[in-house]
Write a new protein. Structure first.
Length: 162
């Protein structure tokens, strides 16, 4: 018979062990983690009723995380990123600009303002270049007056007639 699924009664390891002893699970069907757990058991059994250790959790921040947060706070509406492309995101580009300006001996607020200005200028020029490329592509694909353009008249009534 199956045992209780309540997490307070036993561990997942003990439940799988009992399923194999009872014949409900074949040894060849045992999960991979079971073999690893059996070979390297934890020092203390992971139980529901064990008290959590009183360990201070350290903050993990990188130097650029504060700048990144400020940048995202200031540029909420503008930023989006196509994950299918392999190029850098807007944030990565901004961080590179900021880190390049850090070599200059300026206050942090000045670094940020200058980096924002450079980033927006670069972003604007890249948008203009993209528009020029897309208009030249669309102009090359649009038919000229010398080409035959077929037009189709479709009536919706005819589509739904049986």
């Amino acid at each position: 018979m199956a045992q209780s699924r309540l997490e307070r009664i036993g561990t997942i390891f003990s439940r799988v062990t009992n399923l194999m002893k009872g014949g409900a699970m074949k040894p060849e069907d045992q999960p991979m983690w079971y073999v690893i757990y059996k070979a390297f058991p934890p020092k203390q059994e992971p139980r529901f009723d064990r008290a959590a250790p009183n360990i201070e959790i350290k903050d993990i921040f990188y130097k650029e995380d504060i700048i990144r947060a400020k940048f995202h706070g200031d540029n909420k509406k503008v930023l989006f990123y196509n994950l299918e492309k392999d190029d850098e995101s807007h944030t990565q580009k901004f961080i590179k600009i900021y880190q390049g300006l850090e070599k200059e001996k300026l206050p942090e607020s000045e670094h940020y303002k200058k980096a924002c200005k450079i980033f927006h200028e670069q972003n604007l020029t890249s948008r203009v270049n993209q528009r020029e490329n897309s208009t030249s592509i669309s102009q090359s694909t649009t038919p000229t007056s010398t080409q035959n353009v077929e037009t189709h008249k479709i009536e919706i009534k005819k589509i739904f007639e049986n």
